[in-house]
Write a protein that binds this ligand. Structure first.
Ligand code: UDP
Length: 252
């Protein structure tokens, strides 16, 4: 097998949106669970500091470079050329194929109103799509214990499971429950995708996405919640990439 490019020891796959969707679809015909992760700069920084999270990312079957910063870092580190495949584009592409082929989706995570609205938005945008179930991921009165959530997922028998608890929580949840998901063949940690689908957070305009400035967009919309995370994703990330470049690498 070819070695995959890595940043902070996290593999990143040089795929396009359509080749990533092809691989995901091929996995749906398989016998085992296929785990897709979508590392952006913030994600990689968390993996840098958290060994357990990093190990889960290393075991994942497909790793989509989700963020302009990751593409820039790969270029700067002289890695194989990567293309950006965002979690949002991947989910919508998956939904389009699911609507045609009849794959059933289960949505887990986000506030209860948000996950229901995200499912409704998918049904509107992709007529014929089959939603096997939804489950909120917010703790408190609304959120069910983990064992009950995995039981509900097993009982609903989806083909595809989307988990939106934010990183690293969603990846760790997937790793802990992978043996308890019944017929699920494809599981994806999708972060804030339900918020976007539900319209709870505005999706950036095309130009902002083309320029890779989603982080700036989010800073403008949610300055208080976001600024710390944005410092991590930009300045601290760039500093660590520079350190990684200086680090001697084993060849081969
Ligand atoms: N979330 C959740 N349970 C938690 C923590 C977060 O359901 O315990 C949801 C949150 O409501 C949001 C999603 O996880 O819908 C992703 O959050 P975030 O904006 O942090 O995602 P990212 O920045 O990683 O895309």
């Amino acid at each position: 097998m070819l070695t995959r490019p890595t940043i902070f020891d996290v593999p990143l796959d040089p795929v396009t949106l359509s080749s990533a969707l092809d691989r995901a679809e091929a996995a749906l015909a398989g016998q085992r669970l296929f785990h897709v992760v979508t590392p952006g700069p913030e994600f990689l920084m968390a993996a840098h500091a958290n060994r357990k999270f990093r190990a889960v990312l290393q075991r994942a079957d497909l790793s989509l470079p989700d963020g302009f910063g990751v593409i820039m870092a790969a270029w700067w580190l002289g890695l194989e050329r990567l293309s950006r495949v965002t979690g949002m584009d991947f989910v919508r592409g998956l939904a389009a194929r699911a609507a045609v082929k009849g794959y059933r989706l289960f949505l887990f995570g986000g506030a209860s109103g948000v996950v229901a609205r995200a499912a409704a938005a998918l049904v509107r945008e992709f007529p014929g799509i089959r939603i096997a179930g939804v489950e909120s991921g917010v703790r408190g009165w609304v959120r069910l214990p983990d064992a009950l959530v995995s039981w509900r997922i097993r009982r609903a028998q989806p083909d595809i499971l989307l988990v939106a608890l934010g990183a690293p929580k969603q990846e760790l949840w997937i790793d802990r429950h992978r043996a308890q998901l019944g017929r699920v063949r494809l599981v994806v940690g999708v972060g804030g995708v339900f918020d976007y689908l539900a319209g709870a957070v505005r999706w950036p305009p095309r130009l902002v996405r083309l320029l890779g400035l989603e982080w700036l967009w989010r800073l403008v919309l949610q300055p208080r919640q976001r600024w710390q995370r944005i410092v991590t994703a930009t300045w601290r990330f760039a500093r660590e990439v520079l350190r990684e470049k200086r680090r001697p690498h084993a060849v081969g």
